[in-house]
Every structure is written in structure tokens, then in C-alpha cells.
Design a protein around this ligand. Structure first.
Ligand SMILES: [Fe+2]
Length: 303
């Protein structure tokens, strides 16, 4: 066991018991590969609900014939080389009194016409600010290069994703968000109350999503989390991104409607602590958040 693993913050007994039970329930439904930390295949269904793309430039964001786009660039190792660094980042945030690392930056563009160069300059400046905390993580010398690699990759992704969104959708504002996710996950099936969100996970398990045809939209709106968890007609049809992939999903503010998704069940270290994963989100807002989206689904149900 590594030093980071030994020092990872352990869960309470009841919380660890809850996770074990949740994992068993998922295994019974045939999702065991999703949470097998050694698995790199996850669920390999061809995503029909999404258009798959080979570059950000291939995202036809104005085309509303699907729920979103998946840039498949996953890594066979699930980004495991970043595990220790991400644990350190999360732990150092906890030592500062925060539950987890979360950096949000609003990029205000307004409606003024801007040249591509001008947009790039704005995005780069905000991306540098976004990853500053990664660069500040106090790491042993052997992780210094890895820290630089992650910060460079996250900043480059933020700029590339932001550039495509601004060029094709022209929003007045986008939001960059970098965060570590452990227990602070969106565990319910839901749709985001955004126009759209790009999300990429750099280590560990990544976002699960559904075709609408596999979802009971009465159950998804239930206040009861157990009913929400059973909203799938066939749990084996669950699709999942992999570390490195970039998912652009429409939200409920988009005419096409939102992609049903949730965070994956956490993977635990041997000492029972939740393994932290690092995510970048680029949001095209019009208000709302994951929790607001869940409220919206509930309200839809109650009306
Ligand atoms: Fe969400």
C-alpha cells in the first residue's frame, strides 16, 4: 500500500457499509465491471444516444439530433498514474478545512464580437487560474512532472472545449470547474439544468449515462433515492465514459432535452477510504446545477 493510500481519510463504518451494499446491488444488476478497479473495459456498448467524435472540432454542437457528443480518447490505465497526485490534492484541501477540491471560474464573454485570437487569450488566462491549485500541490519530487502534466492537460482541455463551445454556440458565459470527486458525487440519475456541460475524468471511473428509452421518467423524479436508483428498465444497458474521454451532454435548458446521467459508484482504497478522481467541467449555463437539475426532475414529477 502506498503512503497516500495509508493516509487516505477512512469512511465511517456505516458509510463504508452503505457503499458495500450499494456495490452488491449493482453487481446483482450486472454492473460489476463498472466498479472493478482493475477493469479498463467498463461497459463497452456503442453509444447510440451520443455522437462519437475523434476531436473537439467534430462536435456539431448546433446539431440537436442527439443528446450530446463523446470524444473517445480513453486510456487503458484509467489514468491511474494520477491517483496519488489527486489524493494529495484532495487531502491538502481537507487540511485547509474544505471537504474537497473545487475551483470554479466564470468566463464572461458578453455579446460583443470577438476574434478567435481574442477568445483564445481570454480562455488561456482563465485556464491558468483554474489549474493554479494543481501547480501548488505540495508533492514529493517524483510527482513533480506528473503535476505539470495534469495541470497542462486540464488547462489545454479547458481552452479547447471552451473554444469549440464559444465558436459554435456563442454563449455570453461559460464556467470552468475543476474538482476532486469522492463522496461529493451526483449519485441520483438526473439531467443537468444547463444548456450543456462538457465533463472529463482524468483518473478512475467516469460518468454513467442512459438512452431515454431505458429510463422510467416517473421513477427518476421520485424524492426517494431507492426509487430513483430503480428507474432503469434494463440496468445492463447503462453506458459509461472512461478516464480521458470527454463527454458533452445537453441539459434541460436545451431544446433537445438533457442526457440522463450520474456519477459512478466510488471505488474504495483497501482501508475503506473513497478513491478521489479529478474532473474538469465546462458548463454552458442558463442557471442551475446538478442538484438543481434533480429538483427540476422532482418538480416535473409533482406537476
Ligand atoms: Fe450532473
Amino acid at each position: 500500500m502506498t503512503d497516500v493510500q495509508q493516509n487516505a481519510v477512512p469512511l465511517s463504518k456505516s458509510h463504508a457499509r452503505h457503499l458495500r451494499r450499494a456495490r452488491k446491488r449493482q453487481e446483482k444488476k450486472g454492473l460489476e465491471k463498472v466498479h472493478d478497479e482493475k477493469s479498463t473495459g467498463l461497459l463497452c456498448h456503442e453509444p447510440t444516444v451520443l455522437h462519437t467524435c475523434s476531436s473537439f472540432g467534430d462536435w456539431p454542437l448546433q446539431d440537436e439530433s442527439c443528446k450530446g457528443y463523446l470524444l473517445q480518447r480513453h486510456w487503458d490505465t484509467q489514468g491511474e498514474r494520477f491517483h496519488m497526485l489527486v489524493e494529495l490534492l484532495s487531502r491538502q484541501q481537507q487540511e485547509r478545512g474544505y471537504n474537497y477540491f473545487d475551483k470554479q471560474i466564470h468566463v464572461h464573454l458578453g455579446h460583443a464580437k470577438r476574434s478567435a485570437k481574442e477568445v483564445e487569450t481570454i480562455l488561456r488566462a482563465h485556464a491558468v487560474e483554474l489549474v493554479a491549485a494543481i501547480n501548488r500541490v505540495d508533492t514529493p519530487p517524483e510527482l513533480a512532472l506528473l503535476k505539470e502534466e495534469l495541470a497542462t492537460m486540464v488547462a489545454a482541455d479547458a481552452v479547447a472545449i471552451g473554444t469549440e463551445i464559444i465558436a459554435k454556440l456563442g454563449p455570453a458565459e461559460i464556467i470552468f470547474q475543476a474538482e476532486t470527486i469522492g463522496m461529493n458525487r451526483c449519485s441520483r440519475w438526473h439531467r443537468d439544468a444547463y444548456n450543456g456541460r462538457a465533463i472529463t475524468t482524468y483518473n478512475g471511473v467516469a460518468t454513467e449515462y442512459q438512452d431515454d428509452s431505458n429510463v422510467d421518467f416517473i421513477k427518476i423524479g421520485s424524492n426517494d433515492n431507492r426509487i430513483n436508483a430503480n428507474c432503469l428498465l434494463d440496468p445492463k444497458q447503462t453506458r459509461q465514459c472512461r478516464a480521458g474521454d470527454v463527454l458533452y451532454m445537453r441539459g434541460t435548458k436545451n431544446q433537445r432535452g438533457g442526457l440522463v446521467h450520474r456519477s459512478p459508484l466510488p471505488v474504495l482504497w483497501q482501508n475503506g477510504a473513497v478513491r478521489q478522481r479529478f474532473c474538469l467541467k465546462v458548463d454552458v449555463p442558463r442557471g442551475g446545477s446538478c442538484s438543481a437539475a434533480q429538483e427540476l426532475d422532482v418538480q416535473t414529477r409533482l406537476q
